[in-house]
Write a protein that binds this ligand. Structure first.
Ligand code: GLU
Length: 552
């Protein structure tokens, strides 16, 4: 037995599998040419932020547009940060946005697929098999340095360009077998370090799918690959997992770029084909003319739960995300207004290098558009689901009469130019408040030529003429007919030609009726509102308004 083999056996006496075993167990995937295998690798901290959703969407779309595989792996090696139930919260959050994995950890916590387990804490024996093999080849070694010793090393490097555990500072790099045995016999704790083959003057280059060519100094650090409890560091787990799970493209936050030289070195030392990286820049926000990262502390909109609470449909968020994800998306959307998002040829190369600007105002616009295209039944069902959780009064109103609710939501909808009043479900209670007596708040303020005096005349007449059996044309013809008897003209042009000749025009007359019935000067189609309010309510509101103007 060589000395390295002996050391490997000493450090990992219970590990009996060789890497070849796992290579055979997790063979290369049988996918068509060009298919990409991507993953989302959340750490279970319980907080799903927009960045996770963004990166998850990028990874998901990359797999989907190439007929590849998208899987979820839970990275729970940092047990201190672990929050119970967090994985389920995160995966269910992603599911809301249609980000569902083909394999890996599922939202109910179960696992699916041939490349598992997909939870890092269940893979420790695998990491250790690879670690043992590195030790046996002399490519990794145990380090017995205490935290204090590492501090001392750092202090002694005050004038060095390159700090850390490397070269001559790597104290345990060349311990003799005797010394190692002594330390172990004495019960000293050890971590396992990579014997870095890096050289100070060499460069590490790679082509990032998003950022393009990246060049950095090669890694020379003898980085820790297993912590003293035998659990791998992110670096080592990433290399082993993404190799064995046959990931082709690693989509992750660009805070990892700095560590890429370590990762590429690990791939090399382990004999793995390197993955391709797609480093995603963080989402940015514009504030007082400056761009800054969205922050957990300052920006509630960073939490994905914010969108659920406000009631932005997932479809809107996905649509908006795509507009900031791929620079050509909006052109594609204009050319394909009704096509599903899944048909968009998502491309990593079209992503922002420096960080996409997330703008809630733009999201709101996109969402208004998305909702305006939804059929009334869908609006009803999504708004109702939202209301059950966040607005019980609305849920109750909906439950009292589902058909009425759908009919209300269908006013000026399902046509070529639908109105765009609703951006999120929390807009709905206000949007239709006047359609229910319970939530109607009168407001008799008038605009234009509509004065209280004119209102008295109009309402007195209208109470007598309104007939809910009228069709729309007859209804409007009646309003026009009324005009001259209240000193107005049914013809706006005629009014404009000689404003002094009239008290107002048909628009003013309509405004008076609209305000009396809804408390607003701008609403969807008044004819439909009237028919849905019903005769009793219409008469009652007209009468109350009339009384108000008389007393004014
Ligand atoms: N678990 C890592 C994180 O949450 C994932 C990084 C990666 O995707 O490789 O930051």
């Amino acid at each position: 037995m060589t000395e390295f083999n002996e050391l490997a056996q000493l450090l990992f006496p219970t590990i009996d599998k060789e890497p070849e075993y796992y290579e055979a167990l997790y063979p290369p995937r049988n996918l068509k040419e060009g298919a990409r295998v991507t993953r989302l690798a959340p750490s279970p901290t319980g907080f799903l932020h927009l960045g996770n959703l963004f990166a998850g969407t990028v990874a998901y779309r990359t797999a989907k547009t190439t007929d590849g595989v998208f899987f979820v792996r839970v990275e729970d090696t940092d047990q201190k940060r672990k929050v119970d139930g967090a994985v389920e919260v995160m995966l269910n959050g992603l599911k809301t946005y249609d980000i569902t994995a083909d394999e890996g950890v599922m939202p109910d916590g179960s696992q699916k697929g041939d490349y598992g387990p997909y939870v890092q804490s269940q893979r420790v024996h695998i990491y250790q098999a690879y670690a043992k093999s590195l030790v046996a080849q002399g490519l990794a070694y145990p380090c017995f340095c205490s935290a204090e010793e590492l501090d001392r090393i750092r202090e002694s490097q005050a004038n060095e360009d390159i700090k850390g555990y490397w070269g001559e500072y790597a104290r345990c790099r060349n311990l003799s077998m005797e010394q190692i045995k002594e330390n172990i016999a004495a019960g000293k704790q050890w971590t396992l370090r990579l014997r870095s083959p890096g050289e100070v003057d060499k460069r590490c280059c790679f082509d990032d799918m998003i950022k393009g060519r990246i060049e950095m100094p090669e890694n020379v650090q003898d980085v820790v690959i297993l912590k003293s409890d035998g659990i791998p560091t992110y670096h080592f787990a990433h290399a082993v997992d993404d190799h064995l799970m046959r990931t082709t493209h690693v989509v992750r936050g660009d805070e990892w770029i700095a560590s890429a030289p370590i990762h590429l070195q690990l791939f090399k030392v382990l004999g793995f084909k390197p993955v391709k990286y797609a480093h995603v820049a963080p989402l940015m926000k514009e504030e007082n003319g400056n761009k800054r990262k969205l922050s957990k502390r300052k920006d509630p909109e960073l939490a994905v739960t914010y969108y659920n609470q406000e009631g932005y449909p997932a479809e809107s968020v996905n649509e908006y995300m795509m507009t900031i994800m791929n620079s050509n998306f909006e052109d594609w959307r204009r050319a394909n207004p009704d096509e599903s998002l899944d048909k968009f040829p998502f491309n990593l190369k079209k992503m922002s290098v420096s960080g996409a600007l997330f703008d809630i105002v733009k999201l709101t616009d996109v969402s208004k558009n998305v909702i305006s295209k939804m059929p009334a039944k869908k609006v009803y069902s999504l708004a109702y689901s939202w209301a059950k959780e966040y607005n019980h009064q609305l849920a109750n109103l909906f439950e009292q009469d589902e058909d009425k609710a759908i009919a209300i939501l269908n006013i000026d909808r399902e046509n070529k130019k639908p109105r765009k009043d609703i951006a999120k479900w929390s807009d709905v209670p206000d949007y239709l408040s006047y359609m229910y007596d319970l939530t109607f708040v009168p407001n008799y303020e008038l605009t234009g030529n509509a004065t209280p005096a004119l209102a008295v005349k109009v309402l007195e007449k209208y109470i007598d003429t309104v007939d809910l059996a009228d069709d729309k044309d007859t209804w409007f013809a009646r309003i026009k007919d009324m005009c001259s008897s209240v000193g107005c003209t049914p013809n706006v042009k005629e009014y404009k030609a000689d404003p002094d000749a009239f008290e107002g025009h048909v628009g003013d007359v309509s405004t008076i009726i609209r305000v009396a019935l809804t408390g607003r000067t701008n609403t969807p189609d008044l004819y439909h509102i009237i028919s849905l309010l019903g005769e009793d309510t219409v008469k009652e509101r007209l009468t109350k308004a009339l009384q108000h103007y008389k007393e004014a």
